[in-house]
Ligand binder design. Structure first.
Ligand SMILES: Cc1cc2nc3c(=O)[nH]c(=O)nc-3n(C[C@H](O)[C@H](O)[C@H](O)COP(=O)(O)OP(=O)(O)OC[C@H]3O[C@@H](n4cnc5c(N)ncnc54)[C@H](O)[C@@H]3O)c2cc1C
Length: 347
């Protein structure tokens, strides 16, 4: 006799919750229900980080071998998904990425496994001591998140919109036909407040960005400066995200006007090619007519990194997968796979 299909609830419909739900669902043997306050397609909000991301795959796993593995597994999947002719090619843009450093990193750069990787010590931009170049992908987040949701729903997944106060509301079966067999928490920054989790190691790392329309830009570039990081992330749609800031413990929910100008100034200094073709010696003012949106999101930082753990609450396995900081997209498939292993290990 075949085993009973187990009911799993995933809290969260950000990139982490959706990817985790898909991994579990596509493994087989589980019916997955997502419970979330916000889902793809909602108006952007400071309570929902994923729609604010760049997003590119540029590993931040300096010296962190576990994170590097998650990033690598995710890259392999996304690289395959972005292959010319594949059904999902349109969600990504393959780009030539160059990361510059004003200070020599204390650890080796975590890109040696990326296609066409090269370390550059000459022909650098002024004030930098090192650069790494490689091929990578950028993720067109406004289409990627709805794609994940559609893939999940098409395979029979359910979504319940609810703002939970405590995980017991799920564990006691208040939202589903019966008590779930397992719960997976992918609540992002919400893990700090969600009753039954209330992880005070989770904190905001605020990131402000400017979205411009510049379809002529097809390269990725980052300047890791002494103080701030400036990045240029072109999307397949022709929109380009310019950033950024990394404001630790800053909950301010709106873009600051002075920061917008500062980002535009840093961006044009790093990449004069952002200005419409034909403009000589462009300044930040040449970018202003291209601006679509300025925004900010709260990266779910966590002291100790991503929480990937299983515990038992009221006799039910609870798997945690949150705290992805500034790398939730690029580690999403890898961390979802670990969450699935933790779930499978519960029986
Ligand atoms: C400016 C910026 C640039 C970034 N760039 C990149 C990048 O280039 N590459 C990259 O990999 N990452 C990037 N990130 C980081 C990335 O966006 C995050 O790591 C990722 O979005 C976190 O996803 P998540 O699913 O954990 O959280 P979220 O997207 O916030 O989703 C959390 C989900 O949990 C739900 N939830 C929370 N609490 C409750 C509750 N009590 N009841 C019900 N539902 C609840 C929410 O409604 C939501 O559905 C960037 C972030 C920012 C802000």
């Amino acid at each position: 006799m075949s085993e009973r299909v187990k009911g799993v609830v995933v809290i969260g419909a950000g990139v982490v919750g959706l990817t985790t739900a898909i991994r579990i669902q596509e493994h087989g043997g589980y019916h997955v229900t997502i419970v979330a306050e916000t889902v793809p397609g909602d108006t952007k909000s400071i309570r929902y980080t994923s729609p604010w991301a760049g997003a590119h795959h540029v590993s931040a796993a300096f010296g962190d071998l576990k994170l590097k593995q998650l990033d690598k597994e995710t890259f392999d999947i996304m690289w395959e998904m972005s292959k010319a002719g594949s059904e999902t090619e349109g969600l990504f843009l393959r780009v030539h990425q160059t990361d510059y450093y004003e200070v020599q990193p204390s650890q080796d750069v975590p890109f040696e496994w990326m296609p066409n990787f090269q370390l550059l010590r000459t022909d650098l931009i002024e004030g930098t001591v090192l650069a790494a170049s490689f091929a990578t992908i950028t993720i067109d987040t406004p289409v990627y998140l709805p794609y994940l949701l559609a893939r999940f729903l098409a395979k029979g997944g359910s979504v319940i919109r609810s703002s939970l106060q405590h995980i017991s509301q799920v564990l006691e079966g208040a939202l589903t036909a019966s008590k779930p067999d397992a719960l997976v928490v992918c609540a992002g920054i919400g893990a700090r407040f969600l009753g039954g989790v209330e992880d005070k190691d989770v904190h905001p790392i605020r990131g402000q960005t400017v979205l411009i329309r510049a379809p002529w830009v097809k390269f990725g570039r980052t300047l890791n400066g002494k103080g701030e990081v400036t990045y240029i992330i072109p999307r397949r749609s022709g929109d380009v995200i310019l950033g950024g800031t990394r404001d630790v413990d800053d909950w301010y929910p709106k873009p600051r006007p002075e920061t917008k100008i500062e980002i535009l100034k840093r961006s044009i200094a790093l990449a004069p090619e952002l200005a419409p073709p034909g403009i000589k010696n462009p300044t930040y003012e040449d970018l202003i007519p291209l601006v679509i949106e300025d925004g900010c999101g709260l990266r779910p930082g966590r002291k100790g990194g991503i929480r990937l753990e299983r515990e038992t609450v009221s006799g039910i396995p609870v798997i945690h997968n949150y705290g992805h900081g500034g790398y939730g997209y690029q580690s999403s498939w890898g961390s979802a796979f670990v969450a699935l292993k933790l779930l499978d290990g519960a029986w």
